[in-house]
Design a protein around this ligand. Structure first.
Ligand SMILES: Nc1nc2c(ncn2[C@@H]2O[C@H](COP(=O)(O)OP(=O)(O)OP(=O)(O)O)[C@@H](O)[C@H]2O)c(=O)[nH]1
Ligand SMILES: [Mg+2]
Length: 390
């Protein structure tokens, strides 16, 4: 599993293709894989392209992909097959058009079928986006037909949403207003080679003045002729100039405080001769913790404490630490108000929790987080007992 994830983040296309199929089929292995890939997501620019059937979305996505390739960017394309009667033709059309990328490893394309049930589509599409993002694609383009709530949900995955409209469909603007007009960051008036461009632009501007965005962004309206590549550089520039929505603030762990610093020492007696004897810190009497195979002395240091750790068995964790790394700071221990919640959140984010919550000498619950996840130091998290009893 770890190897599979490594190959994907390393750009292995066969591993990526296999993963995409697993994600489509929502296999248990794909869930585990996505958990491992989660820390590698968040780098790609995710662009949604949505609009009514036949507006030219696939042709636009194709043209955008070519423009990005010319800049040397790698691209992922996800088309969500509509359930509408147009779907047969659309899928066939997409295949033909997208074949222009078929020999280019820099473009990875997947169609996702709704398979009759709309529920879960947004979720499956979200997983596919995460996979492509983690695989190192610079840009991920998602095509959806903007007709229903499900499509709107898919569009919400995108950092930037392009709504594609075409001339001669003024009524569509009215009909679409309720759904996708307010999620548009950029409008493309495609098929601008056909008559009626001004009229649809006016309709768009009219509907925009009603729905001012909270960040003051006024979605630009770009004319395109996707079949000829006209307006594509302008569309790309407009996409890039959209202010990024603030990512949801990570849940904050309020009122963290240092409980103690753990220091590995070869001999408690020698260490205490300094701390207690010379520095004059009143240490607690040394105590053996059989579960951890250590002898411990606690030194008060303002609020937090210093914990001196001496191995009590030759093959104990601290003995091995001393052997490999030498004496010194072994871990940092923090008190958290809700240990279970923090552990759940860290696990979801892909952090390595070393042990299931255990009960320590004083009756407190604790876990260790691996140095590989924390930036280099072993971290002990302790349930804050005052918080717990509140
Ligand atoms: N005249 C003209 N035709 C276009 C333009 N862009 C796309 N088309 C044509 O419009 C038709 C539909 O294009 P698609 O790209 O399949 O449209 P779509 O929005 O992806 O369609 P669905 O996926 O079925 O909703 C095709 O025949 C395209 O060649 C354009 O700018 N001008
Ligand atoms: Mg299409």
């Amino acid at each position: 599993m770890r190897d599979w994830a490594n190959r994907i983040t390393g750009g292995d296309l066969r591993a990526l293709a296999r993963a995409a199929t697993a994600v489509e089929n929502r296999t248990p292995a794909s869930r585990a894989l996505l958990d491992q890939l989660r820390p590698f997501t968040g780098r790609a620019l995710i662009v949604g392209v949505t609009g009514p059937p036949g507006a030219g979305k696939s042709t636009l996505v194709d043209a955008l992909a070519h423009a990005l390739r010319r800049e040397g960017r790698s691209v992922g394309i996800i088309t969500v097959d509509p359930t509408s009667p147009f779907s047969g033709g659309a899928i066939l059309g997409d295949r033909i058009r997208m074949q222009s990328h078929h020999a280019d490893p820099g473009v990875f394309i997947r169609s996702m079928a709704t398979r009759g049930s709309l529920g879960g589509l947004a979720r499956a599409a979200a997983d596919m986006v995460a996979l492509l993002d983690a695989s190192g694609r610079d840009v991920v383009l998602i095509e959806t037909v903007g007709v229903g709530q499900d499509e709107v949900d898919v569009a919400r995955l995108a950092a930037v949403t392009v709504v594609v409209l075409i001339p001669g469909t003024g009524d569509d603007v009215q009909a679409l207003k309720a759904g996708i007009m307010e999620i548009a960051d950029v409008f493309a008036v495609n098929k601008a080679d056909l008559p009626g461009v001004e009229r649809v632009e006016q309709e768009i501007r009219g509907s925009l003045s009603l729905a001012a965005r909270s960040d003051g962004w006024m979605p630009p309206v770009i004319r395109t002729v996707a079949t000829e590549g006209t307006g594509i550089p302008e569309l790309l520039e407009a996409v890039r100039s959209v202010p990024r929505k603030e990512p949801p603030a990570p849940a904050r762990t309020a009122s963290l405080r240092i409980d103690h610093l753990g220091v590995a020492v070869p001999s408690l007696d020698v260490a205490l001769a300094f701390w207690q004897g010379q520095l004059g810190v009143p240490a607690s009497p040394p105590e053996t913790v059989p579960a951890e195979q250590v002898r411990v002395a606690m030194l008060p240091a303002g609020g937090p404490r210093i914990e001196l750790l001496e191995p009590s068995a030759p093959d104990s964790v601290i003995a091995k630490y001393l052997e490999q790394r030498g004496p010194g700071i072994h871990h940092v221990a923090l008190c958290v108000p809700d240990l279970a919640a923090v552990v759940t959140r860290l696990r979801a984010a892909g952090a390595r929790i070393v042990n299931e919550p255990r009960t320590g000498a004083g009756g407190h619950q604790y876990v260790f987080v691996h140095p590989a996840s924390t930036g280099g130091v072993l971290l002990e998290l302790i349930q804050d007992q005052e918080e717990q009893s509140k």
